[in-house]
Write a protein that binds this ligand. Structure first.
Ligand code: PLP
Ligand code: ZN
Length: 454
């Protein structure tokens, strides 16, 4: 089996991956990659093996992460593997969304079909496995959302205690309900996210608690299998472009690493352009890349209703930049209005997603509208990653369709102010009717007249 190491992305310092919990380079403090001295990674043999595993009923073959385990060989023994199972997210054809963006065709890979409803499950499968490799009994994260929901589920299934640090009053109910239901010790810290994160770091070594925030390089190993599974589903035909929302930038980092490894190992002979879309109110990568000195992160005070990408100081920005360099990628930003409308259009395709996921369609539309200089062609083969399930944030969706969505609306419990109303261009407003058949028939007929025949 291949050997795994942790390697600093900046100074290249390399050390064994299975001795102790380390989240940053001991020499320079920068981010770490999990790297391998590939032993048995012959592309043709593995492509056949991965395909054969689809008829197996063994959980590690059924998992859309562990089916590709020869490409994430950091565990020392298969018995350590933790799986829900996860992955196996389908490719969905989205004709209305394609037309809206101005593309000939568009495919969504919907990570919201994962067991806890977001792509965080792909990463948690490997993150919690590494916790087991290290013998940890407690895992923790600071999170306001999907990371805590996912960690809570994986921790209890692996027989570990999950500890979720939540900045008080700053969590959407759908996601909080998951942490509570899955039995995580849920600590409401009187402070903001940064304070919660700081406390996780301080407490972790004292109680042997393994940290599963996205700075954890082992989570990204699971997330990189999203790209591997995608290519397997396309029979290893490489799309021209892969579009992904950018928050803490772990996902774009992981996809870039996975694709680069597939390229280096000879699985594919070109790379899809990784195109990252940020919300305009939480756009540190976009600002950094368009600043005179793109080697220095421009941080922002993040504001967006797409809470999953409400991040002003993304941990993985250097790795995301690397993904863009490797794949000739791109980053752009979209407004709250563009996100809301794009989400409604994805809904009309019968798909649905979290607000953060809808940045992908909004970003594609914007890139196509930017005209002749736009680095995109309408006939490209484009795959966009939908990151989270539509049921994570139903408040947002209902408010959009009721015409009651405001930029300052906060998903938790309070409406801070009523400025920045979002227009509902594609609203599907519920209709009040009298409790009488004739009135209802009239409404249905009026609507039928507006629907094109199939
Ligand atoms: C975590 C998350 C994101 C942001 O992903 P990063 O890896 O932090 O860039 C986007 N959408 C959803 C639904 C998420 O849960
Ligand atoms: Zn270093």
């Amino acid at each position: 089996m291949s050997h795994a190491y942790l390697q600093c992305i900046e100074c290249g310092h390399r050390f064994p991956s299975n001795r102790e919990a380390i989240y940053a380079c001991p020499q320079c403090g920068d981010l770490l990659d999990v790297v391998y001295d590939w032993q048995d990674a012959d592309a043709d043999r593995l492509k056949t093996l991965f395909r054969q595993r689809r008829v197996s009923n063994a959980p590690i073959d059924v998992s859309g992460v562990w089916r590709y385990r020869e490409l994430i060989p950091f565990y020392t023994d298969e018995a350590q593997i933790v799986t829900y199972p996860e992955g196996n997210t389908q490719l969905l054809d989205a004709p209305r969304s394609a037309q809206y963006a101005g593309l000939g065709r568009l495919t969504f890979k919907h990570q919201g079909f994962n067991p806890t409803g977001s792509f965080k499950d792909n990463g948690m499968a490997t993150g919690v496995t590494q916790a087991r490799v290290l013998g940890a009994r407690v895992v923790a994260c600071a999170s306001t959302g999907n990371t805590s929901a996912s960690m809570a589920a994986y921790a209890t299934r692996a027989g570990m205690l999950g500890v979720v640090f939540i900045p008080e009053g700053q969590i959407a109910f759908g996601k909080l309900s998951q942490s509570l239901d899955y039995g995580a010790l849920t600590l409401q810290v009187r402070g903001d996210f940064d304070a919660a994160m700081q406390l996780v770091r301080e407490v972790a070594p004292q109680v042997g608690m393994y940290i599963l925030n996205s700075v954890n390089a082992f989570r990204l190993e699971g997330q990189k299998t999203i790209a591997i599974e995608l290519l397997d589903q396309l029979d290893w035909r490489v799309p021209d472009r892969l579009v992904v929302p950018g928050g803490n930038l772990g996902n774009s980092s992981a996809l870039g690493k996975g694709l680069k490894e597939l390229y280096d190992l000879g699985f594919i002979d070109k790379l899809p352009r990784i195109t990252i879309i940020q919300a305009a109110g939480a756009d540190p990568l976009y600002r950094t890349m368009t600043s005179p000195d793109p080697d220095r992160l421009v941080t922002v005070y993040a504001r967006t209703l797409a809470t999953a990408i409400k991040i002003g100081r993304p941990v993985s920005w250097k790795k995301a930049k690397r993904s863009m360099t490797w794949t000739d990628g791109w980053v752009t930003e979209v407004t709250e209005q563009e996100i809301a409308d794009a989400k409604a259009i994805i809904g009309r395709d019968g798909i649905g997603c979290e607000p953060a996921s809808a940045t992908t369609l909004a970003g594609l539309k914007r890139l196509l509208e930017e005209g002749t200089d736009a680095p995109i062609d309408r006939d490209e083969e484009v795959v966009a990653i939908l990151t989270g399930n539509v049921l994570k944030d139903p408040d947002y969706t209902v408010r959009y369709h009721l015409g009651d969505l405001y930029e300052d609306y906060v998903t938790e419990t309070v409406v801070t102010s009523r400025s920045g109303k979002i227009d509902t261009h594609f609203a599907n407003h519920p209709i009040e009717v009298a409790a009488n058949a004739a009135a209802i028939i009239a409404v249905i007929e009026r609507h039928l007249a507006q629907v094109a025949p199939v």
